[in-house]
Ligand binder design. Structure first.
Ligand code: MEV
Length: 317
């Protein structure tokens, strides 16, 4: 059997439907994988150090740099068992700093490509068991204290409830959800917003815990609403989650404006998604049905277009 010289890996982006930030403190959150994500190709090198190219940036993982990308790549490769020397070309189809999981998707795609090359015929299950560990090492460089939900979404896709202690549990929504994703165009630094809440928590743990408890009950009700297909309740819960996030100071006037525009244009609910402080909002498009009970896709597309038009109008101002 000839040895493979190159291998590929892919991963999904994500939206956090409910519970970002509270999930860092052990509360549950709900995430959904996106079709868009990241892709990586790893090529075997005869000797080290390993190199990584993303767009115009190439980093060399020799462990000597203070560059975050180099440190993250080095950390990912050196989780035991350390990966042999590779050159990786990686690409994300998600906006960086948009709160859509670009960093986690890159880490999972890179890991999958490098692991597939290193372990040859090893079972996928054995490789996948290490993916989250390597992704966590990468995410710690960029995000300080990641809960692991972004890497989990990148690795598994679908809709799931997640806690740090229990990991992912799939949710089977009774109905498909149609979401619009709008960007403020401002970068979102998860490290900064997670740090901001950590300093509020250090100053007044009781106050922050109240918000976390509120989010825990929002998430519990959101699981029920998803399973019951109650999209009106889901929209209300999104709005409530946004209120709590604003109270934690991770929303911005631009995020608030996009949420308000979406609601005024017919969305059942809207909230920021991911770290906040910039990045994206998600808006729930009202479902529409024909007289025979089947989904009226044309009417739903019109509702989505109204929300997107309102956002485009805001961009033009
Ligand atoms: C970022 O997508 C989600 C946060 O809750 C951070 C984390 O869970 O690691 C803000």
């Amino acid at each position: 059997m000839t040895e493979r010289t190159s291998a590929e890996g892919t991963a999904s982006g994500k939206v956090i439907l409910f519970g970002e930030h509270a999930v860092v403190y052990g509360s549950p959150a709900i995430a959904a994988g996106l079709d868009r994500g990241a892709h990586a190709r790893a090529t075997r090198l005869a000797s080290g150090p390993s190199t990584l190219r993303i767009g115009d940036e190439t980093v060399v993982a020799d462990g000597s740099s203070s560059n975050d990308l180099e440190r993250a790549f080095h950390a990912l490769l050196t989780v035991a068992p350390a990966l042999p020397p590779v050159h990786v070309e990686a690409r994300s189809d998600l906006p960086p700093g948009g709160g859509l999981g670009s960093s986690a998707a890159l880490s999972v795609a890179i890991t999958r490509a490098a692991e597939a090359l290193a372990r040859g015929q090893e079972e996928d299950a054995a490789i996948e068991a290490r993916v989250l560990e390597r992704a966590a090492a990468w995410e710690r460089i960029f995000h300080g204290n990641p809960s692991g939900i972004d890497a989990m979404a990148a690795a598994r896709g679908g809709i799931f409830r997640f806690t740090r202690a229990e990991g992912a549990r799939p949710i089977l929504p009774r109905q498909d959800l149609a979401l619009c994703v709008g960007s403020t165009g401002q970068p979102s630094s998860t490290r900064e917003t997670v740090g901001l809440i950590a300093s509020q928590h250090a100053k007044d743990p009781v106050l922050v815990q109240r918000s976390i408890d509120a989010v825990t009950s929002i998430v519990g009700n959101a699981v029920l609403a998803l399973e019951a297909g109650d999209q009106r309740a889901l929209g209300d819960l999104m709005n409530m989650n946004q209120l709590v996030l604003s109270g934690l100071f991770v929303s911005t006037s631009e995020l608030e404006e996009l949420c308000a525009l979406a609601r005024a244009s017919g969305a059942l609910g809207a909230k920021l998604t991911g770290g906040g402080g910039g990045g994206c909002v998600i808006a729930l498009v009202p479902p529409a049905f024909q007289s025979d009970g089947t989904r009226d896709e044309a009417r739903e597309a019109k509702s989505a277009a109204r929300i997107l038009d309102a956002w485009r109008g805001a961009e033009g101002r």
